[in-house]
Every structure is written in structure tokens, then in C-alpha cells.
Design a binder for this molecule. Sequence first.
Ligand code: HOZ
Length: 417
Amino acid sequence: MSKSEELFKKAQNLMPGGVNSPVRAFNAVNRHPFFVDRAQGAYLYDVDGNQYIDYVCSWGPGILGHAHPKVIEAVQKVCAKGLTFGAPTEKEVILAELIQKCVPSMEMMRLVSSGTEAVMSAVRVARGFTGREKIIKFVGCYHGHSDGLLMKAGSGLLTGSIPNSSGVPKDYAKYTLLANYNDEDSVKQLMDQYGEDVACIVVEPVAANMGVVPPKEGFLKFLREITKKYGSLLIFDEVITGFRLALGGAQEYYGVVPDLSTFGKIVGGGMPLAAYGGRKDIMSCVAPVGNVYQAGTLSGNPVAVTAGIETLKILIDNKEIYSELDKKSSKIEEAYKNIGLQTKRIGSLMSVFFTNKPVFNYNDVSTCDINKFAQYFNYMLENGIYVAPSQFESMFVSLAHCDKIIEKTVDVISNFR
Ligand code: HOZ
């Protein structure tokens, strides 16, 4: 028995499914997960000594590759000064300034510890500011695991065929209205009926938790206009797209500015850190200035903030990174296309869909052949390449994926049948 198998056996008695986050259990690809020992650059190494080219990149944060020397050095140094103070530090101010430099709509922000917390808090702020209770989210979009955002969500819920999580009171769920991604009419209908009661529309500007589904031309602009018309707020969940599509995220890439945004993953440089923020008049609702409450012992944690600062500094100082990532990713996309698979890609964010139906929303995604996906996943892993163990997660390319690695990837994809 391999060490990963042994650990998984023990873990299953200690943690639900043997994991601390559902998709990691590999249930959808019919095998046990490998347990990671370490990672460097584009590679992951498991406890049995296997090496994998990693296209999961910790589900998004690893834009520079694993264990970038500058980030690691800065983190090691700051650890010696103490791990948490529960009091403000200069580094929080530095990170907030860097975020604002990249994303000008972040006029005022809060640093928190996870994407879930960021979106949950942004939605609360939207409700506090507007005095309204209903929100609109899109089927197949995932915004973390807070109660009000789990209805028909993507990511692990889609992977595990859980349309609506148990444990969410019906009386609470009724405030979440569901529209279809890329479908303006479905939004119009809800806004016609409930617009005056809608606090916000929350959207992943590029859906990336039902596989990668980019917005149709004009869709984000339409959301901007209809929210303005009804006095509702527009929230961009940029936990995945932030600092990945461009320094200024999807809002820079598509030129549509939301009222509030949420960031996670890259902004924390691999540490548990996220942020939410936006218009100053709206964020002034947050305590202690206003009455919308949100707090956290580890919010703005100095070690996490340091990883975020170093990562953003590297991205800011090397703007060509984004065109490089685009080039690398386009080679991989080409390889999928050459064997007749449908892909969707924006920069270094990509998905391959096992369906002939063109993919624009959850209904299209749900036609995918998940058995074929499992076969593909296992083929890739057996050839030393780790892609997300679910049809409904994204593929992430990092700077550490050098030409040689991309070539090997292209070669392996080309031989998949
Ligand atoms: N929900 C995350 C991906 N969209 C998975 C996180 C994890 O398992 O680490």
C-alpha cells in the first residue's frame, strides 16, 4: 500500500471524506487522492516520491509557481517577528495601497482570511447600504460556502451533485434569487419583479467554478446598467480572476467597474488572505465607522499580508507576465483543440469540456460526459500531469510552467484518446 493510501485510510476516520475540502477527495475521478509532501515551481511531489506537473496551482493562488524564492524569503523573515498580533501593522497599509494601485475601484477595503469571508461580508455590506434583503446570484457560480450563497452553486457542490446544501434554513435561502449566467432575460425578469428589493447582483465576472465560462460580449456591461437602474449594487467576485486576468482583474480586462469587489487566492500569495472593498461611501457602512459588523482575529495577519505584498510587487514590476502566461496557455489550448476537445480560455485560466454543446452556462456544462472526464484525469495523472480532479474546476497556468514543461504537456494531451 502506498503512503498516500495509508494516510487516506487514517484521514477518512478523522475528517469527512478524509479531506478538509470536498473536491480534494478525488471522488469524481474514482481514485484516492495523493498526499502532498512539497512543491517547487511547476511541480508537486507526493509522499511516495511521485512528481507531477501541477495545473491546479492550489486552485488559483500559484500564479508565480510554488515556493517563489522572494515570497518564501520574505515570509520566513517576518515569521521571526511574531505570527499574529491582533493589532494593526504597517504591512496591512502597504498591501491595501498595492491592491488599490492595481484595482482603482477598491477605494476602501477590508482584509479578511478567505474568499468565503470576503463575499459573505460584501453581500452584508450591500444589504446594509441599500437597506434591501434580496440578492441575485447565478446558477453554477460559486462564492464560497456561506449560507446565502450555496444555492445551485458550482465547484464542489456541482462536483458532488449537491444542488443545495442541507443546513441552510429555507427562510434564509428565499432571499437568494437565481438567474442564468450569460442570460440577460433571466436577470431582467427577476429585476422587473423584485428590482426594488434587490440589494445586489453578485457574479464571477468569468465563471470559473463550473469550468471556465467567460461572459458573452456585453453581459457584464448589461449587469452594470441594470443594477444602476434599480439602485442595486454590483459585486464582482474576483477571488479567481483577480490579479490573474490582468493586474486589475476582470474589471480591467472587460472595462466594467463594479460597486464592490472581492479578492482571494493570488492576493494572499499562497497564504490565507482575502479582501473585499469598493466605493468609499459604501464601505463607510462597515464598523467602526458604520453599523455593518465584520471582524476577525486573523484578519490582516502579518505573515499572510507579507506573502501578498511580495506576490503583488512581483506582478506589478513585471507586467509582461500576463502576455507570457497568455502565450503559454494558448499552446496548451491548441493541443486540446487539435484532438477535437472544446476549450474555454481567458489568459491563464482555462477549461476543457467533454461535451459537443457550446458552453455558455450551467445547463450547457451539465451536458458534459463526466466519465470521459474521469478517464482524461486519470490518463493525465498517470502521465505525470495533475489537472483539477473535477470537470467543474479550472486549469491554472503559472509562470513556472516553462517551455519544456508546456511541450511535455502538449505531447501528453496529443496522445489522449
Ligand atoms: N472550492 C475550491 C475550488 N474552487 C477548492 C478548494 C480546495 O479544495 O482547496
